[in-house]
Design a protein around this ligand. Structure first.
Ligand code: SF4
Ligand code: SF4
Length: 410
């Protein structure tokens, strides 16, 4: 049996690339011969039809099974017609993905679409059609006023507010929700039973986060590096690993009028925000949710976008603002999400953002002026829509959202 895995580089130790059509390589593993072949994906450079070009290559290689994260409809149908089965997997080592497949632990893809959480350690799912519309609000850089836009837009549109900036969740300062409920976020970590462990070192080899190290005497765990993926437990043939749990953060939920407000809080000193973000987003309220993402374009933002149906990019008219907006645009485009831009702190004749958006055919949803009175209201922890001029601007942005996206914002 020949298994093709979408990959970031050329061998079994590479990381699986969750993009099928745009991955760099396919690593092809022959289970009978034990041979590994790598082919460069011709689809990655295609202007269009990347999935089709990639699928054609795989079909020509006489492959039986494909393991990847996301797959579009065209490629999926080509494989269906060629009796090639497709399995979902998250971003883990190619070798581990093949192992999980052999053990029957990967989920077969039965329709085109993105990866989701499961045995393959997929990384997200979309809620479109499940009574939820999730709109991510992000900015390429910090300090653009992303939280101001998110909280004020929640109040104006009646959408729930979800604070995913778990390292600095400050939206509750403005919304001041009541009836707060709290839930701890825990992650798994391996515990070694030294009476069973033969010090073979396989667990340390498979850990892509270097959380396990084999010494001459034992297996050492650096628990803050552990992502709780369980790969070490899967490869341990002595059943010497069990899993404990440790607390890394908290989810809070409260009410602001009829709105549900949720936020994740990462404990001080914890390096991994993603498990807190995922826990927060896996259990969203029904209705429209505005997701206030972390600043920048890091994996914290990527984790949030995996749950989004569309995006609002907040920027400011400055060189840094434009530079980081371009990165944010690149990111949301890679997710194929509909999006528009809000220009905040606009107090000059500087039109570099408008010029860029026009050139890139990006919709500008609104322009928010920079005024001293707004800064005073903001710095006293109040909503700027308390000012009539700003209330009107946010109502216009809400109106633009309804026009630009087919969303039923209340
Ligand atoms: S894989 Fe199992 S037996 Fe091998 S070193 Fe790790 S815990 Fe010990
Ligand atoms: S569970 Fe933790 S220690 Fe084990 S492989 Fe995954 S990240 Fe490494």
């Amino acid at each position: 049996m020949k298994i093709a895995v979408s990959s970031m580089s050329k061998d079994l130790n590479s990381m699986l690339d969750v993009r099928f059509g745009r991955c760099n390589y396919f690593v092809i593993y022959d289970t009978e011969e034990g041979l590994v072949k790598t082919i460069e994906n011709k689809g990655q450079m295609s202007g269009g039809g990347a999935g089709i070009a990639a699928a054609q290559q795989i079909i020509d290689e006489d492959v039986d099974v494909v393991i990847t994260g996301n797959m579009g409809l065209n490629a999926f149908n080509l494989f269906k017609n060629s009796d090639i089965k497709v399995y979902r997997c998250g971003s883990i080592k190619v070798e581990t993905a093949v192992q999980l497949f052999k053990e029957g632990k990967l989920e077969e893809l039965t329709q085109a679409g993105p990866a989701h959480a499961g045995m393959g350690m997929g990384t997200g799912r979309r809620f479109r059609g499940e009574g939820r519309l999730n709109i991510a609000i992000l900015s390429g850089k910090g300090g653009t006023g992303k939280t101001t836009i998110s909280t004020n837009l929640s109040v104006i549109t009646g959408a729930n507010y979800i604070d995913c900036d778990v390292e600095e969740p400050n939206g509750f300062i403005f919304l001041k929700p009541s009836q707060i409920k709290r839930e701890e976020v825990k992650v798994d970590y391996p515990v070694v039973d030294s009476s069973r462990c033969t010090l073979c070192g396989e667990c340390a080899k498979v850990c892509q986060f270097n959380a396990l190290v084999k010494t001459k005497k034992d297996i050492m765990l650096f628990e803050k590096l552990c992502h709780g993926c369980h790969a070490c437990g899967i490869v341990c043939k002595q059943s010497a690993l069990t899993f404990g749990k440790r607390i890394i953060g908290t989810i809070e939920e409260g009410q602001y009028g009829n709105l549900i407000c949720k936020r994740g809080i990462l404990n001080v000193g914890e390096p991994m925000a993603v498990p807190v973000i995922r826990r927060l987003l896996k259990n969203l309220p029904t209705g429209t949710n505005l997701i206030d993402c972390a600043p920048g374009t890091s994996c914290n933002v990527v984790s949030s976008l995996q749950y989004a149906d569309g995006a609002i990019l907040v920027t400011e008219p400055s060189s840094f603002g434009l530079h980081d907006l371009k990165m944010a645009v690149q990111l949301v485009r890679s997710f194929n999400l509909p999006f528009g831009v809000v220009i905040n702190k606009h107090n000059t004749e500087d039109d570099r953002i408008q010029t860029y958006c026009e050139k890139e055919n990006i919709e500008i949803l609104g322009v928010i002026p920079y005024r001293r009175e707004a800064a005073e209201v903001y710095s006293s922890g109040k909503m700027i829509v308390e000012l009539p001029e700003y209330k009107e601007i946010f109502e216009e942005i809400a109106e633009r959202l309804r026009e630009v996206f087919p969303w039923n914002l209340q």
